[in-house]
Design a protein around this ligand. Sequence first.
Ligand code: GLC
Length: 533
Amino acid sequence: MPSSRRPTPSWLADAVLYQIYPQSFADSDGDGIGDFAGITDRLDHLSWLGVNTVWLNPCFDSPFRDAGYDVSDYLSVAPRYGTADDLAKLVEEAGRRGIRVMLDLVAGHTSDQHPWFKAAAEDPQDHRYIWAEGTAGSLPPRFVASPGSRPGGFLPNFFDTQPALNFGYAREDPDEPWRQPVDAAGPRANRAALREVMDHWLRLGLAGFRVDMAHSLVKDDPGMTRTCELWGELRDWLDRTHPEAALLAEWGDPAVSVPAGFHSDFFLQFGGPSDGLPMRSLWNNMHGTVADHWTQRTCYFDAEGGGSAGPFVTAWESVNAVIGEQGFAALPTANHDFSRLACGPRTAEQLPPAFAFQLTWPTLPAIYYGDEIGMRFVPGLPDHEGSVLGPRYNRAGSRTPMQWDDSPNAGFSTAPADRLYLPIDPEPDRPTVAAQRAHEHSLLHLVRRLIALRKATPELGPRGSVEVLHSGYPFAYVRGERYLVVVNPRRAAATLPLPRRALAAGRPVETSGVTLEGGEAVAPGFSFGIFAL
Ligand code: GLC
């Protein structure tokens, strides 16, 4: 079936995604690590907020060398999160509130503790992983010495404890016999295994998957042709067997991944023709997670106002031109690998314009847990479960426990503070859900109103049109010909002459500071306005 005619689950266009890092959200049993029952206890927060689709980072059996992205059994939940029944209860209770739950499918690699890998390390005839001959000193570049009786070594996909599953190579080479074709027995078995894993969870009522490193499956794949074919095949199977399920890629290149078969893909800190620049050009102020190769100008959401929304708009337009109605691009506020919005010099007063933009732009919005109250990226934490990726790249700062209230450990856990998964943000004025619920002028209430507005207003959703009036300061655009959005994330005021009379007559719907006067949008520092036309 041509990809343009693939059906898309009807619920997806209205999805407001919320990412939960399960170890850091809510701890129900006092062991210091978040769990399913904790999430279930806090579902009322999510339904009050209005999000309708949750995705959970991996919650499967794992030695946790990469915080669960090293899966040792795809069909069992990690005991630290509870039991399969606890997960079933979470899914059921979420469903009663109209919230879908998606899991994380780590498709490209397993843990080196997975029984598949342990078997492969003993059996030279096993082809589930990518295995080369040689001794420790003579292995091909990047290969890691075998831990078992099998000679040679294996190719890791991320950390050395994460052996790449063998989905084949797009190009073969007689001198490199580990380059198997994509239809060899090992790759076929792995594709079948992916279907089995998906089928298992979807039958239990899960709504789909965020797919980890979805781009990484077929190796040496110029143009990603073979990797795209693989996902197309899986999507065809999904459409036949679970047509209501959705696949969200961690790929960072929606113009490639959505036509391939994903329902959606994120603009990420990496990926795509400019290696993550569109997303980073919005948010990345080089103060939280920083990869050494990131050289970039000031981001748009910067108080000094040295950025532009242009690179993001351009990327979005080219993505949209390619994917059309086939699926959606998604835009996260942050994620478990990337700095939160509140990071470095970006202060609480700078967050409302960011949410006003994210929740009125025609991408699917994904809110990273805690960003709705402006939780901060916490610098200077020790390496934990593989959080450190480079000298300036410690993901732990984005993974600290959710701040619920003013009780010990911010209400996250009753464990002694030194037993928490990661420390609570030590700042005395750290934001909490309870404090912000009590104040209508809080970020939390604003995010809630913006979500409600988006859900009630098709023009503001992913299918409504967007006409960009200005991508400097202020950023201004018209949605669905009926709503004017003006966003000024810098400290200095900004003014924009409006090109049409009708725009200047807009009626305020949700505003903070911006007014329409004398044919202009007048935007004080750190302001936004949404106007009905
Ligand atoms: C993805 C995950 C990241 C993990 C890596 C390896 O990028 O988001 O957290 O470390 O894949 O699985």
